[in-house]
Design a protein. Structure first.
Length: 72
């Protein structure tokens, strides 16, 4: 998978997890059953996908730092 596709996929997954959290918040405020579960699920998904994205960006930064040190 190339970088552009990975960027789009990660943005999509983070957006979906945020949407799940917003829907869960609405359901919790409206006192629907399982609203708290869906809200928690949205937060957990957001944290997970954010951690994956941070690790991916760290690898990219290391790669660029190695390339820059070779040029100097």
């Amino acid at each position: 998978m190339n970088k552009k596709m990975t960027d789009k996929l990660m943005n999509f997954l983070i957006g979906i997890s945020a949407l799940v959290a917003i829907i869960g918040a609405y359901l919790k405020i409206s006192h629907y059953p399982n609203g708290e579960f869906i809200l928690g699920l949205g937060f957990i998904l957001s944290i997970f996908f954010s951690m994956v994205e941070i690790n991916r960006l760290k690898k990219i930064i290391k790669k660029y730092e190695k390339e820059e040190s070779k040029v100097d």
